[in-house]
Design a protein around this ligand. Structure first.
Ligand SMILES: [Fe+2]
Ligand SMILES: [Fe+2]
Length: 390
């Protein structure tokens, strides 16, 4: 039984939601509340798994901040309306739902976030993390951005100033923003313009995806692993995501997830080089994708290791989840083709384009594509992906 706290300041909206979730009572124990004070009291007296709260109410009363600090395990889902101007306090939530939302959307968001939490806290994962030892802390520029974004008066200029403080990162960021991935109609010459064009949150996540590769480059033990090859593969995956028919928001999430989807391989190459090269050799020998060998011999794959690290660094669930399940999207419930599905498709198409010797073609899950209503798009997507040059 999952314990949910649902905080909406409007009593009528709260009652409507309660009525529409009536069929969940055998699975969810729900506490509907209308003010932050009683919500805080309930959080202290009951064991809550998920808090779903109006963004404004939870933020104005610093409730969500207190929850993040005192109960970090509680999944925090913010409810926002379409004309949402908020910029500060974003990182206090794991994810957002835009109102009005379909009940199915809420159900999927709750179930998927709990499943991801269980996956990343499961026994196999803690065993692996224990064996890996200390994980790297989040890269510097990214951390500075997070810290700045937590302040209420953050502007595009502040963000630009932080990024521009690191010449190499800002050059890489501009290169990325102007690459075919984003299909911009004009050249974006400054970080400030990039931040106004893509939004501060996207810039923060893109900074992470550029900074991460430089971070691993200089680590000892990486000699046998080609970071360049992985970076090219990640960028190709992101370019293919850019070609798929997705909403602007989903596309941006999926692009960051695509750039980071194999980050777990970097962690393993650094921390367990022997083990990774053994598994890679076996994958080649058996002409089978690495993740299948990892799963068979290890019970956990680079996908979960990467997601675990990104979760530690505070990335949103939508990105962490797309990384965790990029080889197995069917493991979580869906209500539409989203960032996770997009990264799954783009990764396989990238492997096809690269002519990876392992048998990736055989791994397509056609039932999943049918269920998402996108199976018919595959031939055209494949054609687009084959036309992309790296
Ligand atoms: Fe992968
Ligand atoms: Fe990949």
């Amino acid at each position: 039984m999952l314990n949910l706290l649902i905080l909406q300041s409007d009593l009528q909206r709260s009652r409507i939601l309660e009525a529409s979730l009536a069929n969940k009572v055998d699975k969810w124990n729900m506490h509907f509340l209308v003010d932050a004070e009683s919500a805080w009291h309930r959080l202290q007296t009951s064991s809550i798994d998920v808090m779903i709260a109006d963004f404004a109410v939870a933020n104005e009363n610093t409730l969500v901040e207190k929850v993040r600090e005192s109960f970090p395990d509680i999944i925090r889902i913010g409810l926002v309306d379409q004309s949402w101007p908020a910029r500060s306090g974003l990182s206090n939530f794991h994810q957002f739902l835009i109102t009005p939302f379909a009940v199915k959307e809420l159900e999927v968001a709750v179930e998927r976030s709990c499943r991801l939490r269980d996956l990343l806290r499961g026994e196999a994962m803690s065993h692996t993390v224990g064996a890996i030892g200390q994980l790297p802390s989040a890269p510097t520029v990214y951390m500075k951005l997070i810290e700045r974004l937590n302040r209420p008066d953050t502007s595009v200029d502040d963000i630009a100033e932080i990024v521009e403080g690191d010449v190499a990162i800002s050059a890489k960021l501009l290169q990325l923003v102007n690459s075919a991935i984003f299909r911009t109609s004009r050249e974006i010459a400054t970080v400030g313009l990039a931040a106004s064009y893509l939004g501060i949150t996207s810039i923060k996540n893109l900074v992470l995806s550029t900074e991460v590769f430089s971070f691993f480059e200089n680590k000892p033990g990486m000699a046998r692993f080609s970071i360049n090859e992985l970076q090219t593969h990640s960028q190709l995956t992101a370019k293919i995501v850019g070609e798929l028919d997705l909403s602007k928001e989903t596309r941006e999430t999926a692009i960051v997830a695509a750039l980071l989807h194999d980050i777990g391989k970097l962690v393993l190459a650094w921390k367990m080089p022997e083990r990774l090269s053994r598994l890679m050799a076996k994958a080649n020998e058996q002409n089978c994708p690495l993740y299948q060998i990892e799963e068979d011999l290890w019970g956990i794959t680079h996908a979960e290791v990467g997601a675990y690290l990104l979760g530690l660094w505070g990335l949103p669930i939508s990105i962490t989840e797309a990384v965790a399940y990029h080889h197995s999207p069917e493991k979580v419930p869906h209500h539409r083709f989203d960032a996770l599905g997009a990264v799954y498709v783009a990764n396989l198409l990238a492997h096809e384009n690269e002519g990876t010797p392992t048998n990736f073609r055989a791994t397509w899950d056609h039932d999943f594509l049918e269920e998402m209503g996108v199976a018919k798009n595959l031939p055209i997507w494949r054609q687009c992906a084959n036309g992309i040059r790296t």
